[in-house]
Write a protein of this length. Sequence first.
Length: 177
Amino acid sequence: MGVRERERKVYGPLRRAGLEVIPNAVPDGTMPFVLGYGAEDVTGGFSHRYDTPPLVERLNADWYDLAVSSGLLDHRREFPVQLPQGTRTHRAALRNLHGGSHTAPAVWTRVRLLERWDIMGRDAASAFLGVHAGHPDRSANILRHLEWITLHDSLYVHREFKQRIAAWLADRRRSAA
């Protein structure tokens, strides 16, 4: 994806939601991909009726409280998000994800929550913001899914992606031993 196209399709929507992308800020050894979490991996939640006034402001406040209480935000108000590779928009990435494909839909990118933000507002649908904070490298479901990807051949999994997952799992095993 070219610089201008990535700015328009990825960084622009994130900035409108109040997030600044921090280039090259994801540490080596970070889990390459997350998919397949279960109920036991959920760290909290909230909901409001659609007729709750003012709904978006309440959702934003609850999101912030959850992000702080779950440890998602660090002391600089930074956290990782997974952004799509290539030229896909958020809508295209979701179609790919829900279409049964096991290709790598995203790579980790570090973002900073700006002073003025609106995670749940009008730009939320286009800002790649996901649904789960948590600590995915501790999830048995996610680890099982990553292991499955490395052991099975699929038309939907690129060889390089499979190798990245296998290397990450091997490093994790060595660190645990």
